[in-house]
Design a protein around this ligand. Sequence first.
Ligand SMILES: NC(=O)c1ccc[n+]([C@@H]2O[C@H](COP(=O)([O-])OP(=O)(O)OC[C@H]3O[C@@H](n4cnc5c(N)ncnc54)[C@H](O)[C@@H]3O)[C@@H](O)[C@H]2O)c1
Length: 322
Amino acid sequence: MTPQTWLLTGGAGYIGSHVADEFLASGKDVVIYDSLYQGLESRIEYLRKKYKKEIPLIVADIRDTDTFTKTLEQYKPYGIVHTAALKAVGESMEKPDEYFEVNFHATTKMLEIIASHNIHNFIFSSTAAVYGAPDHSNPIKEDDEKNPISPYGASKLAAEGEVNKFLALPGNHGTSLRFFNVVGTAALELLDNSVENLVPIVINKLKDGQAPVIYGTDYPTPDGTCIRDYVDVRDIARAHLAAADSTEALPLAMNVGTGRGGSVREVIELVCAAAGKPEVVAEEKDRRAGDPAFLCADVSLIKHAIGFSSKYSLEASTESLF
Ligand SMILES: NC(=O)c1ccc[n+]([C@@H]2O[C@H](COP(=O)([O-])OP(=O)(O)OC[C@H]3O[C@@H](n4cnc5c(N)ncnc54)[C@H](O)[C@@H]3O)[C@@H](O)[C@H]2O)c1
């Protein structure tokens, strides 16, 4: 039987390359479409060596509709996993138009092209940022209020709306996966190279011989620091595979988290320990505006819909980074 081919936008990125790894391991073929704006060709090289096969990498922007159309015509993918996006919350405040152009308008246009090419499967990378900063400490359910507090979160929520329209067309299948805080790696070659997430920030501080910083130690949480749901990127990749292989109709959007909270202090201590520097003490600063005390996923929907639950502990995730 010919293997299913999936086109992965952003497949040279942190999460996209892990999805590629998981899909290849399951016997699917992948085609990577990435502008290499943040993505790394070295990740694809690593996967080519690991699976001993040529993995096509189309270096192009998702806004380049001609190249996107030609790519669909050349490879005729069975489905698309759309991870390509701009994802820096802080930067989105400075460049809201660019964030809407890439994350919303380009996604809208892509979906039109996909629909006109008879491709029926689409999995979208969404984010917990669509929920904004809830003022309660209950795990967040998919139908909770959506109040994004950044253009990044707003652009992803708007894109979800377009994905929903695509999924409403007869015969179409897929979902938006709302990732919480993604950590860990399957291999050092696939490490997260972003500069905004807590774990890479801590690692970079340690490399520079500096103390990591905790913003706010007076939150109403057990150790006073913010609590987030840290989910391993290998689990995120497994969730994509389970969604891709599901033959049932999927909910329009599903949280991908662990359902357990980890505090900022706990994460910093685990990263320092995994780096062999358990003696490092974090510097404590005032709270930053807009950081909710608690943001954790209710994960019952994804468990019910595709039988997915996370496997990796926060310790296992931090240990994988060194
Ligand atoms: N990392 C997280 O904690 C997290 C959490 C929630 C949601 N997400 C979402 O997951 C997805 C993947 O995130 P990631 O952490 O792997 O980020 P990443 O930056 O590593 O990957 C994104 C990839 O998209 C590519 N890209 C960006 N703009 C492009 C464009 N215009 N055309 C073509 N390619 C483009 C980049 O080069 C990069 O390889 C994003 O949609 C992000 O919003 C990530």
